[in-house]
Design a protein around this ligand. Structure first.
Ligand code: FE2
Length: 433
């Protein structure tokens, strides 16, 4: 038995295996470029079950059913020694296994157990954060991150997770405070910088947000491309709040699209930025056609409905209506098979949302408004962050504006602004009503 640098027991006699676990924890939380090194380490120390589970967890981030299945041999190796492991390791392995099987609720229940009993396990908290993203369960996310932050006050990356959970629960002042505390520990805490981007947008601190993010931007290049692209996505949406279309397009071309065009993370930032560009009144054509060949297969996957919705929007905008119709039919078949809470997520919210996105993309504004309006309050359960899901509420608003439904459009706009200061984009929409 040895102990990792958080003081957690690991069933191994190898210092090398412990070092590899600590290295993975750091890379995962810091959004570094070397998280994949854990795959080499897992082969080098096949007897260390915890290392096999850490390696298996890397496949979750593919955000594809097929990608997550590649975790199977590592999970099988981890399970051969299950009886010899500590209880925490057993729970962790079962959580990773459930996550890789797409059973996010079971995975989260296990990570919540770890947060209660072994809150210094920051890898468990980080993996839980990802499943909370896929399920939109922000209140439970905050509870886990509160415990993790209390147990790891010296780790800025954990404070950043706490800050982001506060942001997702609209506790933005407190979120900014905690994010700044993380940045005081280390100015390169990427997740804290990212959290502040959400706060700036949520509080309409547009000028201040642009200045801060532009000041942070040179440091992003040292981190994973996801960090670069996602932070630029946020900066670009701040530009759009000021109707700075050229700056947003420049961010898209220079930092977001074209690095790993088959990766879901790149699809998400790219599709959402183009969608926001169109919502703000910008014109996008060629970009949709360039993305379409890279997303056709993903559009048929059924991991969490948020992804289906954005793929369906992009395919429809690219003119690939047959492909979109077939992907939507597949999603509907999947939804019909769901029971319990998942029936609500897929059948009652996901499918109408997906149909609404397709209708809006096709310019059928009355149908889009009719589909989106009744489910907007329930949309968080389809997954995605608050800012990513903003496209759904804005598409509802634009359906009303473009459909000439002025009274409803005014009401939707004031609900969208919800007491925060108005931006140039808000005033542009108000003028167009
Ligand atoms: Fe974000």
């Amino acid at each position: 038995m040895k102990f990792d640098n958080r003081g957690l027991a690991v069933a191994t006699e190898s210092d090398g295996a412990i070092h590899a676990i600590d290295h993975y924890a750091h890379e995962l939380l810091a959004l570094g470029t070397h998280a994949a090194a854990v795959q080499v380490a897992a082969d080098a120390y096949p007897d260390c079950a915890m290392l096999q589970a850490c390696c298996a967890s890397t496949f979750l981030y593919s955000q594809t059913t097929a990608g997550a299945k590649q975790a199977a041999p590592f999970l099988a190796r981890a399970e051969t020694r299950l009886a010899d492991l500590t209880e925490r390791e057993q729970v962790f392995i079962n959580a990773v296994k459930a996550g890789c099987a797409g059973d996010f609720e079971s995975a989260l229940a296990l990570y919540e157990q770890i947060a209660d009993r072994w809150p210094r396990d920051m890898v468990a908290a980080k993996l839980a954060e990802f499943h909370f993203f896929e399920t939109g369960l922000a209140a439970r996310q905050l509870e886990v991150m509160r415990k993790a932050a209390a147990a790891n006050p010296d780790v800025g990356h954990v404070l950043a997770m706490h800050a982001f959970a506060l942001e997702l629960n609209a506790e933005r002042e407190r979120a900014d405070e905690v994010a700044r505390a993380a940045l005081a520990l280390d100015p390169n805490t990427m997740w804290a910088q990212h959290c502040r981007a959400h706060v700036f947008a949520g509080q309409s601190r547009i000028g201040e947000g642009i200045a801060a993010m532009e000041q942070y931007a040179p440091s992003w290049q040292k981190f994973s491309h996801y960090t670069v692209a996602h932070n630029w996505f946020h900066l670009a949406t701040l530009y759009l709040s000021e109707l700075r279309f050229d700056d947003a397009r420049n961010a898209y071309r220079k930092y977001i699209w074209g690095y790993s065009p088959d990766a879901v993370v790149e699809h998400t930032d790219s599709i959402l930025l183009l969608w926001y560009l169109e919502l703000a009144g910008g014109k996008v054509d060629a970009e949709w056609c360039a993305i379409a060949p890279h997303i056709r297969a993903n559009a048929h996957d059924t991991l969490f409905p948020f992804l289906n919705c954005i793929y369906l929007y992009a395919l429809t905008r690219a003119g690939e209506t047959t492909e979109a119709a077939s992907a939507l039919a597949g999603m509907e078949r999947h939804a019909e098979k769901q029971t319990g809470g998942l029936a609500h997520v897929w059948n009652e919210v996901g499918v109408p949302l997906a149909r609404g996105c397709v209708a809006y993309a096709a310019g059928d504004y009355d149908r889009a408004a009719g589909l989106l309006q009744p489910i907007l309050a329930d949309v968080p359960c389809v997954g995605g962050s608050d800012e990513q899901r903003g496209v759904f509420a804005e598409s509802h608003l634009l359906s009303l504006i473009r459909g000439g439904r002025k009274v409803e459009a005014r009401a939707a706009l004031s609900e969208h602004i919800a007491g925060r200061p108005e931006t140039a984009l808000d005033r542009h929409w108000a003028d167009s009503i």
